[in-house]
Ligand binder design. Sequence first.
Ligand code: ADP
Ligand code: ASP
Ligand code: MG
Length: 434
Amino acid sequence: MALIVQKFGGSSVSDAESIKRVAKRIVETHKAGNEVVVAVSAMGDTTDELLDLAHDVTPIPAPRELDMLLTAGERISMALLAMAIRSLGHDARSFTGSQAGMITDARHGAARIVDVTPGRVRDALDEGAVAIVAGFQGFNRDTRDITTLGRGGSDTTAVALAAALDASVCEIYTDVDGVFTADPRIVPLAHKIDRISSEEMLELAASGAKVLHIRAVEYARRHGVTLKVRSSFNNTEGTLVINESAEERAARVAVETKDGRTVEEPIIAGVATDLSEAKITVVGVPDVPGKAAQIFKIVSKTNANVDIIVQNVSAAATGLTDISFTLPKSDGQRVLTALTAEQPDVGFQNLQYDDQIGKLALVGAGMRSNAGVSAQLFEALYDAGINIEMISTSEIRISVVTRADTVNEAARVVHRAFGLDGDAQAIVYAGTGR
Ligand code: ADP
Ligand code: ASP
Ligand code: MG
């Protein structure tokens, strides 16, 4: 008997009909002789609606209460799903995150799973029931409070359950056929990837491809969980996320030249875009040793996630330079406040805040040794008249920052330039993309 964890996202359970459809799918897996654990998200756009509601009540909701509120969304879907399965004649039991033993640290809104003690889930399975677990939520033992794992965190709930219960596979069911070479809502000619390495998936997720929660990919890699992404709207094989060793990757990108040398050839996995970041520019920083350290020490104390950093050459006449960096918009205000407080000490002139930026990332193995990839990317953007404001590279990624209103077009032209366009338009079965 195999144990299978299935996760259904909000777009797969957006109304009563969808819940019944998903229940049938779960029952089929159960009937086939498997033990089934389900992680479920809140229905449709419930989480966004609850967030809106909170902000209608107060501009800065208390984090503890916000988590209390948001976890209600998953409570609704888990109970309805359990009812639907029971009405099909199969036993099912729903559990909140804390009942299912999802133990986290205390960080509201971005908690990390530190332990999973799924005793009650195991008992339900032993009694022949399907266990339904509310996604995206946990419990902290010190504060004894309910936490949430961050947007998209139900994927991580599913993977953590799969690891703790030693499941044979963790299937992430969503509203597209798998992981594509780009977000099909933005690049209609994106095509499905059959197998993707966890490293490339991590980079895509970190660069804004919300099809998988980044922590879910990390957790799966660390615990050796077999992770699949597939559609809840049909039976096509989805995408398998594979753990590739450094040697396997080297072999995948290796090509032999005519004169018998082995070189790396870039193999592009896909393109991702992100509109959730902003740029802060610290203007007029004295160009003397220690200033960057001072600035980023202040920033790091705010726990903000800084991504790309660019420092300009100082103007010889003034001895002053500018330092720009990107960070999530949600961290923006906090960082501005912290830097302003230290302005006299650091000695910069002023701060600029720009929340109209877009980030585009091209991800793929074998890029490191290929300056040609950067050149091709920049040329594609130049041909489309799109200006590049910042650039950063890693071993398997090149990111550029553009104006927000050009980043989707940038994704389409880059996708085309690297030969990723498929033959047919990708289908998105549901969801509002919110
Ligand atoms: P769920 O509600 O199932 O968790 P999400 O909205 O979180 O679904 O994730 C699925 C969505 O991710 C798709 O509808 C698609 O618009 C978006 N997406 C972004 N990048 C990609 C990609 N590379 N491949 C597939 N989907 C992507
Ligand atoms: N409902 C939560 C969200 O919308 C968690 C999830 O769907 O994964 O972010
Ligand atoms: Mg999701």
